[in-house]
Design a protein around this ligand. Structure first.
Ligand code: ADP
Ligand code: MG
Length: 342
């Protein structure tokens, strides 16, 4: 018997390997594996469905994750995938596998966060599953959304000459995580120490522990009459998401360093950690902002919209994926974002 380590394939190689033998049989399956969400035909409109799993010790650490925030984040990371399809989320299911280490009171906290997110985004909790685990908490969330067929935005529609846009700002969630990890290490060495997160912590920790999904952008696009040509949510860092868009669309990209939005507090915190701020945007994860492309004829429509930045341009595939630095240099952007399976 041959035994192949899953790490030889990487996360995306593994997904391709496991799903390559499947062909869709239903005419209602418009798009299956490979985007932020699947697309299912439902008459005049289409339904989008996305699912994600969060595992204790891999995606969250109870040393610094409040249960309420965890419940909120588990929902928002899924709604982010629905927003990435330019659809509006409507329902979620929420499933948990837990050991007897968790009390009813603890689970109430978790669900208070789920409820806060449902209220914030106007979505309904319509089901889930509850089962036991030998150790640790596992959360699985499915989100369901809807949009008119002509508005749904895939990863695959970027064309040469399209503008590359980013919402909000990048790198903050990663820096928030670095702060939490630093203080966890300090606490381990000396449990009497009080955490000293520093002056940029308030914003950065909020971005890490309680991220928001950019469903507001879906509403803004509808209001302004814009349909992005491609879109993805930024969960694994700009570099990784840019690769997904370029691969799915068969194009290349040039990003202007000066066009990548980074919050002031992130700039200053990065310097304190001796990190280049652009690296935290390219390789840090969990910002849950949107990366999208628009036809240049829509430039005037988006130029003055709030919290939205033009960061680069789609180029021919042969020209690769590159960063034009503030110093005037051009660097290839390295593929990122495959997780190691332990
Ligand atoms: P995202 O980062 O947007 O959540 P992923 O990288 O997790 O997306 O997944 C990419 C695509 O692969 C999605 O279409 C997802 O539904 C699909 N996928 C991931 N894991 C599996 C699996 N084990 N079996 C089938 N499809 C999967
Ligand atoms: Mg996604």
């Amino acid at each position: 018997m041959q035994r192949t380590d899953v790490n030889t394939l990487g996360e995306f190689g593994l997904i391709d390997h496991l799903t390559q033998g499947f062909t869709n049989r239903q005419p209602t399956t418009v798009l299956g594996v490979g985007d932020d969400a699947a697309i299912i035909d439902a008459g005049a409109e289409q339904i989008v469905v996305s699912t994600d799993m969060l595992v204790e010790g891999i995606h969250f650490d109870f040393a610094y994750t409040p249960l309420k925030h965890l419940g909120y984040k588990a929902v928002t990371v899924n709604l982010s995938d629905i927003a990435a399809m330019n659809a509006r989320p409507e329902q979620i299911t929420f499933s948990i596998a837990l050991s007897n280490r968790f009390s009813v009171e603890a689970l109430d906290e978790l669900y208070a966060g789920v409820q806060a997110a449902c209220k914030q985004y106007g979505v309904d909790l319509v089901g889930g599953d509850t089962t036991s685990s030998t150790k640790g908490l596992i959360i699985s969330v499915t989100a369901i959304g809807r949009a008119p067929a002509g508005r749904i935005t895939r990863r695959s529609g970027a064309k040469v000459g399209d503008l590359i846009c980013i919402t909000g700002n990048l790198g903050s969630a990663y820096l928030g995580l670095q702060l939490l990890e630093r203080e966890k290490a300090v606490f381990k060495d000396n449990p009497d120490m009080q955490p000293e997160m520093g002056e940029y912590a308030a914003y950065l920790l909020q971005r890490q522990l309680r991220p928001e999904a950019r469903t507001d952008m879906v509403d803004l696009f509808a209001k302004e009459g814009i349909v992005p040509t491609s879109m993805i949510d930024i969960s694994d860092g700009l570099a990784s998401e840019l690769f997904h868009i370029c691969k799915a669309s068969g194009v290349g990209a040039v990003i202007e360093e000066s066009g990548v939005p980074i919050h002031n507090d992130a700039q200053l915190q990065a310097l304190e950690f001796n990190l280049d701020p652009i690296t935290t945007a390219l390789s840090g994860g969990e910002d849950y902002e949107l990366l999208f492309t628009i036809d240049p004829k829509d430039t005037e429509k988006i130029r003055f919209l709030p919290d939205l930045y033009i960061s680069g341009e789609i180029v021919a595939r042969e020209d690769g994926i590159k960063l034009h630095t503030k110093g005037g240099n051009i660097h290839p952007i390295q593929a990122q974002g495959w997780k190691h399976f332990e």
